[in-house]
Design a protein. Structure first.
Length: 712
């Protein structure tokens, strides 16, 4: 049977495209196992997220929802000689080859237990599987052989680890009965009562080229040379902890041990300790000799760490490789078709297949929840935050506006819109609204106008320049200097709040409330029409988002009822039961140049297009105006190299120099004639010590300086 993995997930008829934590990056931060395939793809077996494959910067996810993977808790990944990938899980074993899945469980094979703890291939290509409470099994592709305590020399059915020596002898690490061995005929065991092995709980095994056997136990790590045992623990060495569930040997014969919150490397004389977050579950060496460390934890900082040949440590986690959460609050598709996604834990940007967590990229960016986002006439993207004021991004650098450094009356912002003259209007919590213009600010509040309430949820303009303002206590219409206020108790508005406003092509005004018993009203200039769940197909009266699509149909996002589309008089409802919508709370909409409807939901980010979702960019890409810009280096902090991008408005001599904090020049990265436009240089600093450094760009009589942090 053939299944495809979604990265992201398209629906069968291509009218939906879904982005979630589980299909945009590392699917879970608890990494149990690694594997590298023939194409250089790194496979991550996770606890709860299935399998993630990173190949050429792009992720493919296999889980129980989009494939035949029997369980999302993955313990081991191994490959057979034919290139097939074998995946051990808590639900059995899966084989994936050329997109074809085969699954082995206790229901369709002779496996005694679903719980796979260990998997290794012998030289004949037979797969050996260690099971929890099921002994171990051997599968040659056709026949199964089961070894248990009741039918063999095995004394413990809880098999944690397996390893073969150069003679083909199998060593078996058990959870209670020490280290056992099996040579095909005879059995043997090393326990605390008959040897110097430090503990009977043998959690992992690795065998050196010289035949030395290393075991990780609950009482340290031990080496057996065939005659003597040597034990290393926290009391007699620099091993950080006694509980060692992971042991590996690299190509230089160095021992790597995984423990709680640390990984330690032993070169035969000294221990080097690397701090991690959570329990180190696997250590893997790829074809470039990079070291991968998988950890199990819900802590921030968990995931997988890669130590490259320069000693640089790179963290792979779902918050650095994909969506940081499925709870999406806002979405906006801006210039260059970049999708900006506001979530509970920060701001993300989707550029083609690449996700950026903006909180990590820019040190001066520290925002809470996002209430609104839009692109202004000058190409800048504006972000209204719940606590930290207003941010603007021009394609290279960020500007931050608060009530302390601008005309903003508050830092608690609710909504944004652009007026007919191109000015930005900002609605706030408790402080009314303002025309955000230092030269000509205009502020409205209950003290200086007929604004019905100082918490402004929505602002929209019709084709005549009439402004409609939604508040916590009704709606205001502003035409020139004339204010008209509509409240629930003195008009036919029918709503307590004006939470969202949308204006159709006939200047009809649609107003939605986020109160569960309110619903939505439409005003055609003279008559109000009220919609709720009792008199229409509206699925929920708590409406969080409104949008008109390219065909003029009105989209409504609700809290718990999914999304609805009203095309004339025809209603269509989309929810998690009748569509691919990932969550029934739809908080925001955006529409891109291809007519795709983007939805911010409680279950992820969704795109819908009844003609088929198209994320291509066939039209000319909109470029931000070329200006004199020096971007923040990335990554920052860095070790040992980083990239610095800059833009020149005009061609000319450009000089990019790195200085220490005493003003001494430490590197010259550019010094010569450069064309107008964007440029990028890579800076390596192998000889510098950790600390803050300045880099300065000079060109055409102008200069810009930024800071960067080198961490070793």
């Amino acid at each position: 049977m053939i299944f495809g993995a979604g990265s992201p997930a398209f629906s069968a008829d291509n009218d939906w495209l879904i982005y979630t934590q589980n299909n945009t990056g590392l699917p879970n931060n608890s990494v149990m196992s690694f594997h590298e395939d023939a194409d250089g793809g790194i496979w991550f077996g996770t606890l709860g997220g299935g399998v993630g494959v990173l190949r050429s910067g792009k992720w493919t996810i296999y889980d129980t929802q989009n494939s035949m993977l029997p369980h999302d808790n993955v313990s081991k990944i191994r490959a057979s000689a034919d290139g097939a990938v074998w995946i051990g899980t808590e639900g059995g074993v899966a084989r994936l080859h050329d997109n074809e899945w085969t699954v082995y469980t206790s229901e369709n094979s002779e496996l005694i237990s679903h719980l796979v703890w260990a998997m290794e291939f012998d030289e004949q290509g037979t797969l050996w599987i260690g099971l929890g409470n099921g002994g171990f099994a051997a599968f040659d592709g056709e026949e199964w052989t089961i070894f248990r305590a009741n039918n063999s020399g095995l004394t413990d059915d809880n098999v944690r680890s397996l390893a073969f020596d150069s003679d083909g002898k199998l060593y078996i690490g058990t959870f209670f009965h020490g280290l056992q061995w099996f040579d095909g005929e005879d059995w043997g065991v090393y326990r605390t009562n008959n040897s110097d092995i430090p503990d009977d709980r043998v959690l992992d095994i690795v065998i050196s080229d010289e035949g030395d056997i290393w075991v990780g136990t609950s009482a340290g790590v031990a080496r057996f040379d065939g005659e003597n045992w040597t034990t290393y623990n926290a009391a007699n060495s620099d091993l950080p902890r006694d509980l060692v569930p992971t042991v590996r040997l690299d190509s230089e014969g160095r021992l790597w041990t995984g423990m709680l919150n640390s990984t330690a490397m032993y070169d035969g004389e000294e221990w080097t300790v690397y701090e991690t977050s959570g329990q180190s579950a696997d250590i893997f060496f790829d074809s470039n000799s990079d070291v991968w460390i998988g950890t199990i934890s819900n802590q921030f900082g968990s995931g997988a760490r890669r130590i490259n040949s320069e000693g640089e440590i790179i963290l792979y986690a779902n918050y650095t490789t994909g969506m940081i959460t499925n709870q999406v609050l806002t979405v906006h598709v801006g210039a260059n078709r970049h999708a900006w996604v506001g979530a509970q834990f920060g701001l993300m940007r989707l550029r083609e297949d690449t996700w950026d967590l903006i909180n990590n990229l820019y040190d001066d960016f520290n925002a809470g929840d996002f209430h609104d986002m839009l692109t202004g006439p000058d190409g800048r993207v504006w972000f209204a935050t719940n606590f930290n004021g207003l941010y603007a991004y021009d394609g290279a650098s960020w500007s931050h506006y608060t009530q302390d450094n601008s005309v903003l009356p508050a830092n608690n912002l609710r909504t944004l819109t652009v007026g007919p003259d191109g000015a930005l209007w900002v609605g706030t919590t408790f402080q009314g609204l303002i025309r955000f213009d230092d030269d000509n600010p205009v502020a409205y509040n209950t003290a200086n106008s007929d604004l019905p309430n100082n918490t402004v949820e929505a602002i929209e303009f019709d084709s005549d320049g009439v402004m409609w303002i939604g508040t916590l206590d009704g709606v205001a219409r502003v035409s020139g200097n004339t204010w008209t206020v509509y409240r629930e108790d003195d008009s036919d508005l029918g709503l307590k709040r004006g939470y969202r406003i949308a204006i159709d092509s006939d200047d009809g005004v649609w107003i939605a409330s986020d109160i569960s018993f309110d619903g939505m009203s439409h005003f055609d200039g003279s008559t109000w029409t009220y919609y709720n769940t009792d008199n229409s197909d509206l699925p929920n009266n708590d409406i969080r988002a409104l949008l008109f699509d390219d065909a003029g149909a009105l989209w409504m996002g609700t809290d718990g009822g999914g999304a609805a589309r009203l095309d004339g008089t025809e209603w269509t409802v989309f929810n998690t039961e009748n569509s691919e919508l990932p969550g029934n709370t739809v908080r925001d909409f955006s529409i891109d140049p291809n007519g795709n409807i983007w939805m911010a939901t409680s279950g992820g980010l969704a795109l819908y297009n009844e003609n088929g979702v198209d994320v291509s960019a066939d039209e000319p890409v909109v470029q931000a105006p070329v200006r004199f810009i020096l971007e923040q280096n990335y990554p920052n902090p860095f070790n040992p190299s980083t990239s610095i991008a800059f833009s020149l408005e005009e061609a000319g001599i450009a000089r990019l120099v790195v200085y220490d904090l005493l003003g001494r020049e430490v590197a010259r990265l550019a010094d010569g004639h450069h064309t107008s436009g964007s440029h990028t240089v890579t800076y390596s600093a192998p000889g510098l010590s950790s600390g803050i450094y300045l880099y300065r760009l000079e060109a055409n009589g102008a200069a810009l300086t930024r800071k960067m942090l080198l961490v070793k």
